[in-house]
Design a protein around this ligand. Structure first.
Ligand SMILES: Nc1ncnc2c1ncn2[C@@H]1O[C@H](COP(=O)(O)OP(=O)(O)OP(=O)(O)O)[C@@H](O)[C@H]1O
Ligand SMILES: [Mg+2]
Length: 259
Protein backbone atom coordinates (compact mmCIF):
# COMPACT_ATOMS: atom_id res chain seq x y z
CA UNK A 1 0.00 0.00 0.00
CA UNK A 2 1.20 3.52 -0.81
CA UNK A 3 0.24 6.41 1.46
CA UNK A 4 1.15 9.99 0.66
CA UNK A 5 1.02 12.81 3.21
CA UNK A 6 0.28 16.22 1.68
CA UNK A 7 -0.66 19.70 2.87
CA UNK A 8 0.38 23.32 3.14
CA UNK A 9 3.86 24.15 4.49
CA UNK A 10 4.33 23.61 8.21
CA UNK A 11 1.04 21.84 8.94
CA UNK A 12 2.73 18.68 10.29
CA UNK A 13 3.31 16.40 7.28
CA UNK A 14 6.75 15.22 8.39
CA UNK A 15 5.62 14.65 11.98
CA UNK A 16 2.70 12.53 10.80
CA UNK A 17 4.57 10.62 8.08
CA UNK A 18 7.40 9.74 10.47
CA UNK A 19 5.13 8.49 13.24
CA UNK A 20 2.94 6.52 10.83
CA UNK A 21 5.98 4.85 9.28
CA UNK A 22 7.32 3.72 12.64
CA UNK A 23 3.98 2.56 14.03
CA UNK A 24 3.29 0.54 10.87
CA UNK A 25 6.80 -0.92 11.10
CA UNK A 26 6.12 -1.96 14.69
CA UNK A 27 2.99 -3.73 13.50
CA UNK A 28 5.19 -5.92 11.34
CA UNK A 29 4.80 -4.14 8.01
CA UNK A 30 7.89 -3.59 5.96
CA UNK A 31 7.92 0.19 5.55
CA UNK A 32 9.70 2.48 3.11
CA UNK A 33 9.45 6.13 4.14
CA UNK A 34 10.07 8.40 1.16
CA UNK A 35 11.29 11.92 1.86
CA UNK A 36 10.02 13.94 -1.10
CA UNK A 37 10.60 17.27 0.62
CA UNK A 38 13.84 19.05 -0.36
CA UNK A 39 14.56 20.01 3.26
CA UNK A 40 15.09 16.28 3.92
CA UNK A 41 14.16 16.08 7.60
CA UNK A 42 12.13 12.87 7.58
CA UNK A 43 15.09 10.67 8.53
CA UNK A 44 15.75 12.60 11.71
CA UNK A 45 12.01 12.70 12.57
CA UNK A 46 12.09 8.90 12.25
CA UNK A 47 15.03 8.71 14.64
CA UNK A 48 17.97 8.05 12.34
CA UNK A 49 21.06 9.81 13.70
CA UNK A 50 21.99 12.80 11.58
CA UNK A 51 25.50 11.53 10.73
CA UNK A 52 24.02 8.25 9.43
CA UNK A 53 21.24 9.98 7.48
CA UNK A 54 23.64 12.53 5.98
CA UNK A 55 25.78 9.76 4.50
CA UNK A 56 22.87 8.23 2.58
CA UNK A 57 22.73 9.14 -1.11
CA UNK A 58 20.07 11.57 -2.36
CA UNK A 59 18.31 10.07 -5.34
CA UNK A 60 17.63 13.25 -7.33
CA UNK A 61 21.24 14.36 -6.92
CA UNK A 62 22.25 11.37 -9.05
CA UNK A 63 21.45 13.28 -12.21
CA UNK A 64 23.10 10.91 -14.67
CA UNK A 65 21.51 7.91 -13.00
CA UNK A 66 18.02 9.45 -13.18
CA UNK A 67 18.56 10.41 -16.81
CA UNK A 68 19.80 6.94 -17.67
CA UNK A 69 16.57 5.49 -16.29
CA UNK A 70 14.08 8.09 -17.51
CA UNK A 71 15.33 9.45 -20.84
CA UNK A 72 15.72 7.68 -24.17
CA UNK A 73 18.67 8.66 -26.42
CA UNK A 74 16.26 10.76 -28.50
CA UNK A 75 15.27 12.75 -25.38
CA UNK A 76 11.84 11.17 -24.95
CA UNK A 77 10.72 10.08 -21.50
CA UNK A 78 10.63 6.39 -20.62
CA UNK A 79 7.07 5.70 -19.50
CA UNK A 80 7.85 2.99 -16.97
CA UNK A 81 11.45 3.37 -15.82
CA UNK A 82 13.03 0.59 -13.78
CA UNK A 83 12.47 1.32 -10.09
CA UNK A 84 12.53 -2.07 -8.36
CA UNK A 85 16.15 -1.76 -7.18
CA UNK A 86 15.88 1.83 -5.89
CA UNK A 87 15.09 1.05 -2.26
CA UNK A 88 18.06 -1.34 -1.98
CA UNK A 89 20.42 1.09 -3.70
CA UNK A 90 19.40 4.30 -1.94
CA UNK A 91 17.59 3.33 1.26
CA UNK A 92 18.93 3.96 4.76
CA UNK A 93 17.76 1.70 7.59
CA UNK A 94 15.98 3.22 10.57
CA UNK A 95 14.23 1.94 13.68
CA UNK A 96 11.07 -0.22 13.67
CA UNK A 97 11.70 -1.87 10.31
CA UNK A 98 11.56 1.45 8.43
CA UNK A 99 13.85 2.23 5.49
CA UNK A 100 14.16 5.88 4.49
CA UNK A 101 14.60 6.94 0.88
CA UNK A 102 15.81 10.50 0.34
CA UNK A 103 14.58 11.96 -2.95
CA UNK A 104 15.85 15.52 -2.60
CA UNK A 105 15.08 18.50 -4.76
CA UNK A 106 13.43 18.71 -8.13
CA UNK A 107 15.34 21.54 -9.75
CA UNK A 108 13.13 23.94 -11.58
CA UNK A 109 13.65 25.75 -14.86
CA UNK A 110 17.08 26.97 -15.95
CA UNK A 111 19.55 24.36 -16.98
CA UNK A 112 17.43 21.28 -16.98
CA UNK A 113 13.91 20.11 -17.40
CA UNK A 114 12.11 19.01 -14.28
CA UNK A 115 10.49 16.15 -16.13
CA UNK A 116 12.95 13.35 -15.36
CA UNK A 117 12.53 13.70 -11.59
CA UNK A 118 8.75 13.87 -11.72
CA UNK A 119 8.70 11.01 -14.21
CA UNK A 120 10.81 9.06 -11.74
CA UNK A 121 8.63 9.95 -8.77
CA UNK A 122 5.53 8.96 -10.74
CA UNK A 123 7.19 5.68 -11.67
CA UNK A 124 8.23 5.02 -8.11
CA UNK A 125 4.67 5.50 -6.94
CA UNK A 126 2.90 3.65 -9.69
CA UNK A 127 5.33 0.94 -10.84
CA UNK A 128 6.90 -0.01 -7.52
CA UNK A 129 5.37 -3.40 -6.92
CA UNK A 130 4.56 -4.09 -3.31
CA UNK A 131 3.65 -7.22 -1.40
CA UNK A 132 0.70 -7.38 1.00
CA UNK A 133 2.83 -6.53 4.04
CA UNK A 134 4.72 -3.68 2.35
CA UNK A 135 3.83 -0.06 2.93
CA UNK A 136 5.32 3.08 1.39
CA UNK A 137 4.75 6.34 3.29
CA UNK A 138 5.63 9.50 1.35
CA UNK A 139 6.31 12.83 3.06
CA UNK A 140 5.46 15.14 0.17
CA UNK A 141 6.84 18.58 -0.52
CA UNK A 142 4.42 21.34 0.53
CA UNK A 143 2.02 22.79 -2.00
CA UNK A 144 0.14 21.70 -5.07
CA UNK A 145 2.74 21.11 -7.74
CA UNK A 146 3.32 17.36 -7.22
CA UNK A 147 -0.42 16.76 -7.43
CA UNK A 148 -0.84 18.89 -10.51
CA UNK A 149 1.93 16.87 -12.13
CA UNK A 150 0.11 13.68 -11.29
CA UNK A 151 2.92 12.44 -9.06
CA UNK A 152 0.41 10.98 -6.62
CA UNK A 153 -1.71 9.20 -9.21
CA UNK A 154 -0.50 5.75 -8.21
CA UNK A 155 -1.12 6.00 -4.47
CA UNK A 156 -3.82 4.22 -2.48
CA UNK A 157 -4.39 6.83 0.21
CA UNK A 158 -3.77 10.58 0.29
CA UNK A 159 -3.69 11.98 3.83
CA UNK A 160 -4.22 15.71 3.61
CA UNK A 161 -3.00 17.43 6.75
CA UNK A 162 -4.68 20.71 7.72
CA UNK A 163 -4.39 23.14 10.57
CA UNK A 164 -7.52 24.93 11.69
CA UNK A 165 -6.74 27.93 9.48
CA UNK A 166 -8.36 29.31 6.34
CA UNK A 167 -5.02 29.34 4.48
CA UNK A 168 -4.33 25.66 5.17
CA UNK A 169 -7.91 24.80 4.24
CA UNK A 170 -7.71 26.71 0.94
CA UNK A 171 -4.69 24.66 -0.11
CA UNK A 172 -6.34 21.46 1.11
CA UNK A 173 -9.57 22.04 -0.80
CA UNK A 174 -7.60 22.64 -4.01
CA UNK A 175 -5.71 19.40 -3.34
CA UNK A 176 -8.95 17.53 -2.87
CA UNK A 177 -10.22 18.79 -6.21
CA UNK A 178 -6.97 17.96 -7.99
CA UNK A 179 -6.87 14.51 -6.47
CA UNK A 180 -10.40 13.87 -7.69
CA UNK A 181 -9.42 15.07 -11.17
CA UNK A 182 -6.46 12.66 -11.36
CA UNK A 183 -8.45 9.73 -10.00
CA UNK A 184 -7.02 9.33 -6.48
CA UNK A 185 -9.00 6.55 -4.82
CA UNK A 186 -8.97 7.67 -1.20
CA UNK A 187 -8.47 11.23 0.03
CA UNK A 188 -8.78 11.81 3.80
CA UNK A 189 -8.40 14.88 6.00
CA UNK A 190 -6.30 14.86 9.18
CA UNK A 191 -6.56 17.95 11.37
CA UNK A 192 -3.36 18.69 13.28
CA UNK A 193 -2.55 21.10 16.13
CA UNK A 194 -6.10 20.93 17.48
CA UNK A 195 -6.62 23.03 20.61
CA UNK A 196 -10.37 22.59 21.08
CA UNK A 197 -13.29 20.64 19.65
CA UNK A 198 -14.31 23.87 17.92
CA UNK A 199 -11.20 23.48 15.71
CA UNK A 200 -12.44 20.19 14.28
CA UNK A 201 -15.93 21.62 13.73
CA UNK A 202 -14.39 24.62 11.97
CA UNK A 203 -12.52 22.33 9.57
CA UNK A 204 -15.53 20.08 8.95
CA UNK A 205 -17.71 23.06 8.16
CA UNK A 206 -15.18 24.28 5.59
CA UNK A 207 -14.51 20.93 3.93
CA UNK A 208 -18.18 20.03 4.06
CA UNK A 209 -17.44 16.49 5.25
CA UNK A 210 -16.09 14.58 8.24
CA UNK A 211 -12.40 14.54 9.04
CA UNK A 212 -10.68 11.15 9.18
CA UNK A 213 -8.73 11.91 12.36
CA UNK A 214 -7.39 14.75 14.48
CA UNK A 215 -4.21 15.27 16.48
CA UNK A 216 -3.96 17.64 19.44
CA UNK A 217 -1.59 20.55 19.71
CA UNK A 218 1.21 19.17 21.89
CA UNK A 219 4.37 20.95 23.04
CA UNK A 220 6.20 17.59 22.92
CA UNK A 221 6.08 17.70 19.09
CA UNK A 222 7.79 21.05 19.01
CA UNK A 223 10.34 20.00 21.64
CA UNK A 224 11.26 16.81 19.78
CA UNK A 225 11.76 18.85 16.60
CA UNK A 226 13.77 21.44 18.45
CA UNK A 227 16.09 18.73 19.76
CA UNK A 228 16.29 16.97 16.38
CA UNK A 229 14.97 13.67 17.73
CA UNK A 230 12.04 11.42 16.94
CA UNK A 231 8.82 12.26 18.80
CA UNK A 232 8.23 8.54 19.44
CA UNK A 233 11.55 8.28 21.29
CA UNK A 234 11.29 11.68 22.97
CA UNK A 235 7.83 11.38 24.56
CA UNK A 236 6.19 8.07 23.67
CA UNK A 237 3.27 8.69 26.03
CA UNK A 238 2.43 12.22 24.91
CA UNK A 239 -1.10 13.03 23.67
CA UNK A 240 0.10 13.60 20.09
CA UNK A 241 1.82 10.20 19.98
CA UNK A 242 -1.34 8.56 21.28
CA UNK A 243 -3.41 10.24 18.56
CA UNK A 244 -0.86 9.25 15.90
CA UNK A 245 -1.03 5.65 17.03
CA UNK A 246 -4.83 5.80 16.71
CA UNK A 247 -4.44 7.23 13.20
CA UNK A 248 -2.28 4.21 12.31
CA UNK A 249 -4.94 1.88 13.77
CA UNK A 250 -7.65 3.44 11.61
CA UNK A 251 -5.52 3.12 8.49
CA UNK A 252 -4.74 -0.51 9.24
CA UNK A 253 -8.40 -1.31 9.96
CA UNK A 254 -9.82 0.49 6.92
CA UNK A 255 -7.16 0.02 4.28
CA UNK A 256 -4.70 -2.71 5.19
CA UNK A 257 -6.99 -5.46 6.42
CA UNK A 258 -9.20 -5.36 3.38
CA UNK A 259 -8.85 -8.00 0.71
N1 LIG B 1 0.49 18.40 16.96
C1 LIG B 1 1.42 19.36 17.04
N2 LIG B 1 1.52 20.11 18.17
C2 LIG B 1 2.45 21.10 18.28
N3 LIG B 1 3.32 21.40 17.32
C3 LIG B 1 3.28 20.69 16.18
C4 LIG B 1 2.33 19.63 15.98
N4 LIG B 1 2.55 19.08 14.75
C5 LIG B 1 3.58 19.76 14.21
N5 LIG B 1 4.03 20.73 15.06
C6 LIG B 1 5.12 21.68 14.82
O1 LIG B 1 4.86 22.39 13.62
C7 LIG B 1 6.05 22.57 12.87
C8 LIG B 1 5.89 21.95 11.49
O2 LIG B 1 5.75 20.52 11.61
P1 LIG B 1 6.27 19.55 10.47
O3 LIG B 1 7.70 19.82 10.18
O4 LIG B 1 5.86 18.18 10.81
O5 LIG B 1 5.38 20.12 9.27
P2 LIG B 1 5.56 19.95 7.69
O6 LIG B 1 4.20 20.04 7.12
O7 LIG B 1 6.35 18.74 7.39
O8 LIG B 1 6.41 21.24 7.33
P3 LIG B 1 7.16 21.57 5.94
O9 LIG B 1 6.09 21.97 4.96
O10 LIG B 1 8.08 22.70 6.30
O11 LIG B 1 7.88 20.32 5.53
C9 LIG B 1 7.18 21.95 13.69
O12 LIG B 1 7.79 22.96 14.47
C10 LIG B 1 6.47 20.97 14.60
O13 LIG B 1 7.14 20.78 15.80
MG1 LIG C 1 8.11 18.49 6.28
Amino acid sequence: MKIVVVGKGGVGKTTIAAALARFLGRDGFSVVAVDADPSLNLASAIGIPRDVADKAPILFDEEEFIKSRTLLPNGFLVLNPKVDDIVDRFGVKGPDNVTVLKLGEVRKGGTRCLCPEYAFLRALLSHLVLGRRDVVVIDMVAGLEPMSRGAVRGVDLVLCVVEPSIKALDVALKMEKLSRDIGVKNFRYVVNKVRSSGDVEFVEKNINSEVFHWIPFDEAVFEADYNGVSLLDYKPLSPAVKALSELKNKIVAQFLHRK
